[in-house]
Design a protein around this ligand. Structure first.
Ligand code: F6P
Length: 347
């Protein structure tokens, strides 16, 4: 069997571990050969490939990023159509021309949404869930999340000491478009004094009150804010006007906005640190390497079993198969009771 592999959407520590496990397991246990598609859906759309064998995946387990490259190319848009063929038709044609029997798509809700459409159109597709945001409802955890949380936690640890030396508030803006999992976990692990998430619009005066309370101790306040969090009064995340191919706005700026408001309302100096893509780069944690490896093993097993139209998912400690459609059905948001646990430590 000749199996194509692609990685789409924002990159994520652990992608290479998945690719390695797919190739090593597929070659050793199922006699598969592989072909890598470059830059997410752009690869199959344009027939852009690279060799992918056991020698290509040697040494990549600890490496961040993806050896296949990634993009947010969306084959479902009008611009993907060419010569009277839709994006999905062009992909199907290229898969046939390249002799690809099955495709493994590793990605988040957008990439897997396309995988689902392609599968419905008759292609043999298996999905692997990926996002540092950990907001796919069909799986208990996605790889990359643990690494992002650890990076953010370490940043918070470091910011505590400098904030205390200068008696200033430090606002840490972390990723998290719709779900505040990174902010919640990193904030709890790093002992933040306020955690702000998209699911729970905040009251700026309440945040300032926590900041004042913290200044009354000999410690300085650390506020962790997810990029998608927003004040009750604004009602929408802070973003610029740029849209990606899946129609998402580029978020960012809420941390700076908070720092300015806090400084003005409390009279205390406040600075903002935006972690941004630092959270997505570099080597994955042991947890993410193991989860990614298990996803890879189970994805190629699903291909060998002919379980197409499915995605591998973590349920408890087991890897299971769920319909691809589940990957995009519902986002996993932070439930109010989980946020309430963190509120105990505010101020
Ligand atoms: O979806 C994962 C994610 O890291 C989000 O948290 C963030 O909003 C987005 O990707 C940023 O993507 P880009 O790499 O396009 O800036």
């Amino acid at each position: 069997m000749r199996v194509g592999v692609l990685t789409g959407g924002g990159d994520c520590p652990g992608l290479n571990a998945v690719i390695r496990a797919i190739v090593r397991t597929g070659a050793a246990d199922h006699g598969c050969e592989f072909i890598g598609f470059r830059d997410g859906w752009r690869g199959p759309l344009e027939g852009d490939t690279q060799p992918l064998g056991v020698s290509e995946v040697r040494g990549i387990l600890p490496r961040g990023g993806t050896i296949l490259g990634s993009s947010r190319t969306n084959p479902l848009t009008e611009s993907a159509a060419r010569e009277g063929k839709t994006g999905l038709e062009r992909i199907t044609e290229n898969l046939g021309r390249l002799g690809v029997d099955a495709l493994i798509a590793i990605g988040g809700e957008d990439t897997l949404g396309v995988a689902d459409q392609l599968s419905r159109a008759g292609a043999r597709v298996v999905g692997v869930p990926k996002t540092i945001d950990n907001d796919l409802n069909a799986t208990d955890y996605t790889f990359g999340f643990d690494t992002a949380v650890n990076i953010a936690m370490e940043a918070i640890d470091r910011l505590h000491t400098t904030a205390e030396s200068h008696h200033r508030a430090l606002i840490v803006e972390v990723m998290g478009r719709n779900a505040g999992w990174i902010a919640l976990h990193a904030g709890l692990a790093g002992g933040a004094n306020v955690i702000l998430i998209p699911e729970h619009p905040f009251d700026i005066e309440e945040v300032c009150e926590y900041v004042r309370q913290r200044f009354e101790t000999r410690y300085a306040p650390i506020v962790v804010v997810a990029e998608g969090a927003h004040p009750k009064t604004i009602g929408a995340p802070v973003a610029d006007s740029q849209l990606d191919a899946f129609g998402h706005v580029r978020l960012g700026g809420v941390g700076q906005l908070l720092a300015e408001e806090i400084e003005q309302r409390t009279g205390k100096e406040a600075r903002c640190a935006v972690l941004g893509h630092i959270q997505r780069g570099g080597t994955p944690t042991a947890f993410d390497r193991v989860l990614a490896t298990r996803f890879g093993i189970h994805a190629i097993r699903a291909v060998a079993d002919g379980a197409f139209g499915t995605m591998v998912a973590l349920r408890g400690t087991d890897i299971v198969r769920v319909p691809l459609a589940e990957a995009t059905r519902e986002l996993k948001l932070v439930p109010p009771e989980r946020y309430a646990e963190a509120e105990v430590f505010f101020g």
